[in-house]
Design a protein around this ligand. Structure first.
Ligand code: PLP
Length: 381
């Protein structure tokens, strides 16, 4: 057997990693400004995280959700405290798409409604419900599109008001910052107005913070820069720093009943140990503050480069645009300068999603390489 060949691959084989560095099988060192797609939050192989996982798997790696698991309580309490949502409830799963599926189910159970309002350029995952509210027909199989999705333009409050006024939608879902779409932040005023419109029409506001959450933008969640509270929040990626774990933060207004949601692996002992260690490092190393500070530095320096036409994002979730496809620039950064960056669905965009512990010196190395690559990459006429 061989792997199902669905990923276009770079010919790099990372074997070990530390902080924001990766090493391949020849000992060549790479700078990770991609974080394995915004997954690495506290840095690769953080000693506290490694110790916590090793320690837990030696004691008890897994038992089902049929028994008491104090680690889930500990994780939920710490997450509530650090995120500013202490009165919310946590349901744990294993991935971002599963977080979306369960968030939609809670909203639909609570309202009895069927439709979902989504935004243009949105990405929420690839499972059935999540891909149906993802704005990319290429990744939808014939079975996926559903007729209870209302797609509206990004940032268009009138369109949102019209869609909500039908009172047919269980949820309005919005990314804290659109990630895969190319790093587009909803305006604070838009989010504030959207929240009151949702409240007025009995619609659940779901904030997808799977990519933009966990301190990446300098606040625990990107939507907190707008001073709003979401009804339901989805998390994954940075939550486990590479350990597959996701969560749904569910407001106190939602009452669970036994059997309402469920999963075999979600919230297992090992996942909780990884998740607790991530939060402890995030808190103890003040990584949110660091992400905000370094993000401002990155944005300022990117804006000084004439070849860059647009710089977007916040903290360590940054997108910048070139006037041509960024593919060659990204490839040269990787192959010649050994620096990983990310792409987006818009081909001209480069995404930067480094570990939150990346240093200013590492960012400076990136700028040296980027300036050199931009000066020597032939531009299409
Ligand atoms: C905003 C957002 N939501 C959902 C997902 C899906 O997460 P996963 O790939 O873990 O299923 C992603 C993945 O990139 C994402 O960026």
């Amino acid at each position: 057997m061989k792997p199902f060949d669905v990923y276009p691959l770079y010919s790099v084989t990372p074997e070990r990693a530390k902080g924001s560095w990766l090493w391949d099988e020849n000992g060549t060192r790479y700078l990770d400004l991609y974080g394995g797609h915004a997954v690495i939050s506290i840095g690769h192989s953080h000693p506290h995280y490694v110790h916590a996982i090793k320690n837990q798997v030696e004691k008890l790696g897994f038992y089902s959700n049929a028994v008491l698991n104090p680690l889930q309580d500990q994780l939920a309490a710490l997450l509530g405290e650090l995120s500013g949502y202490p009165d919310y409830q946590l349901f744990m799963i294993n991935s971002g798409a599963e977080a979306i599926e369960n968030a939609l189910k809670v909203a639909s159970f609570a309202t009895g409604r069927q439709k979902v309002i989504m935004l243009e350029r949105a990405f929420h995952g690839r499972t059935a419900g999540a891909v149906a509210i993802t704005d990319n027909p290429k990744i939808q199989a014939a079975i996926n599109p559903i007729d209870h999705v209302i797609k509206i333009p990004f940032g268009d409050l009138d369109a949102l008001e019209n869609a909500l006024s039908l009172k047919e939608a269980c949820a309005f879902i919005v990314e804290g910052i659109q990630g895969v779409g190319g790093i587009y932040s909803p305006e604070a005023e838009y989010l504030q107005a959207a929240k009151s419109l949702c409240d007025r029409t009995g619609t659940v506001m779901i904030l997808d913070e799977i990519q933009s959450g966990y301190g990446r933008t300098g606040a625990f969640f990107a939507h907190q820069h707008a001073g709003i509270k979401a009804d339901i929040i989805t998390i994954a990626k940075g939550m486990g720093n590479g350990f597959p774990v996701g969560g749904v933060l569910i407001g106190p207004q939602f009452t669970p009943w036994h059997g309402m949601l469920g999963t075999t692996f979600g919230g297992n002992h090992l996942a909780c140990a990884a998740g607790i260690a991530v939060l402890e490092v995030l808190r103890d190393e003040r990584l949110m503050l660091h992400a905000g500070y370094l993000g401002n530095y990155l944005i300022r320096r990117l804006k000084e480069i004439p070849a860059i036409t647009d710089v977007r994002g916040r903290g360590l979730m940054i997108g910048f645009s070139l006037p041509y496809s960024s593919a060659d620039v990204r490839k040269r950064l990787l192959m010649e300068h050994h620096i990983f960056t990310g792409s987006a669905s818009d081909p001209n965009t480069v995404r930067l999603l480094p570990p939150l512990s990346v240093t200013k010196g590492q960012i400076d190395l990136f700028f040296e390489a980027l300036i050199q690559v931009l000066q020597t990459t032939p531009q299409p006429a």
